[in-house]
Design a protein around this ligand. Structure first.
Ligand SMILES: Cc1cc2nc3c(=O)[nH]c(=O)nc-3n(C[C@H](O)[C@H](O)[C@H](O)COP(=O)(O)O)c2cc1C
Length: 381
């Protein structure tokens, strides 16, 4: 079987669906080269902006890991944009990037003055070394955007970008709104070739209870594994309601996360935190694992499984109408740990004669199934 993992956004073909997203691992020409060497099909550098003031970021610590035990579940960061001036970047960094088969997708901040944004996009595009522009329409500086004005803002920003260059524009959206459906429609209407869902989540980093002080003394961006369900919610909603290519970003740790995003409609994905925690090497492994998975499942192309999970997605009303299921225990698998008894708040699970029994109080909630360490419980009709 010939496995082909190419994908396409905005008429541009990508060798595989894995991009390295805009952040520290794409800081300069050297790191862009390391990103391409890892096998990523595209690299998005750290966001460029014009105003020197905005380029400043704190140098007193910017990354703060969120752990459960020893496992990283997320990361809070207070990093702004590229601190390197764009003229320096073009002259000294862009020119040394060896793209081989990769694509360079320049991230440009949608700045308060649209003329600044247009000027910067035009300057970058004129180098002839950039394949696509990712308009960062989700920056924390735009504290003015909200559910009520985001669509209008995205429309205006994309239109402005489109007027500045002929190269395809994709727009990176913020997850910090109720829904990205209308902003994605606005992006499409203004001529965007795709939407990038999404940037980091606005967050508070917690309190050091010994000192009584906040761990981070300002709001931060939250990224990594913990944000995946929230980003996926936006991806599902947009994929179901708007006909526009989606590049998904948020919480990808391995090939399974990539496959999930494709199955809910993404054409490509970006990875950041996992690269920061594990190095560029994880990209090569993820690509290899995607190919093995496709071979195992008999998928020849990305399109063979793109969006397949959306067909099963339904409403709460629909689920309420479905025939109820009840927990059933397989006594031959049960190891008598009685965890299920502890987590059953419907008083349905009891230990009788050293065996688990489940009575008719069972409300089909699934908690015991999730907690059983040996998969001995199943919900059945
Ligand atoms: C340290 C750090 C810096 C970031 N800088 C930028 C940036 O300059 N521009 C941007 O659009 N997104 C930026 N992001 C957001 C990421 O591109 C990405 O949307 C987010 O981290 C979610 O992906 P992940 O869960 O794979 O990390 C940054 C993220 C981190 C962790």
């Amino acid at each position: 079987m010939m496995i082909d993992i190419k994908t396409e956004i905005g008429g541009i073909e990508f060798d595989n669906p894995i991009w390295i997203g805009s952040a520290t691992p794409t800081w300069d020409g050297r790191s862009a080269n390391l990103s391409f060497e890892s096998g990523a099909s595209a690299v998005v550098p750290k966001t460029f902006c014009s105003e020197a003031e905005w380029r400043k970021h704190p140098r007193t610590g910017r990354m703060f890991l969120k752990k459960i035990g020893k496992t990283n579940i997320g990361m809070l960061n207070i990093e702004s944009f590229s601190t390197i001036d764009i003229n320096y970047w073009i002259k000294n960094e862009l020119v040394k990037i060896d793209k081989r088969n990769g694509k360079f997708v320049a991230s440009v901040l949608a700045m308060p003055d649209k003329k600044d944004t247009a000027k910067m996009i035009n300057k970058i595009a004129r180098t002839g070394l950039v394949d696509m522009i990712e308009l960062n329409g989700s920056c924390p500086m735009h504290t003015t955007f909200s559910d009520s004005n985001m669509s209008e803002m995205i429309f205006e920003e994309v239109k402005n970008a489109k007027n500045s260059t002929d190269i395809p524009i994709i727009v990176k959206l913020s997850p910090n709104v109720t829904s990205l459906v209308e902003p994605s429609k606005a992006a499409k209407q203004a001529g965007a070739s795709g939407v990038v869902i999404s940037n980091s989540l606005k967050s508070f980093g917690g309190v050091n209870i010994d000192t009584g002080k906040p761990r981070i003394r300002t709001f931060s961006g939250y990224s990594g594994a913990a944000i995946k369900p929230i980003v996926q919610m936006h991806v599902v909603e947009v994929a179901k309601n708007v006909d526009i290519p989606i590049c998904a970003v948020g919480g990808i740790s391995d090939y399974k996360d990539v496959i999930e995003y494709i199955m809910i409609g993404a054409s490509a994905v970006q990875i950041v935190s996992s690269v920061m925690w594990n190095g560029y090497g994880i990209i090569e492994k993820i690509i290899k694992d995607i190919k093995s998975f496709m071979e195992l499942k008999g998928y020849e192309k990305i399109n063979d499984f793109k969006g397949i999970a959306l067909k099963e997605f339904t409403s709460m009303d629909e689920l309420v109408r479905e025939k109820p299921k009840f927990a059933c225990v397989d006594q031959s698998k049960c190891i008598r740990c009685y965890k299920c008894e502890k987590v059953c708040f419907y008083n349905a699970i009891h230990k009788v004669d050293n065996k688990i029994t489940i009575n008719s109080n069972c409300d089909g909630c699934n908690m015991c199934v999730q907690m059983c360490p040996v998969n001995a419980i199943e919900l059945k009709y």
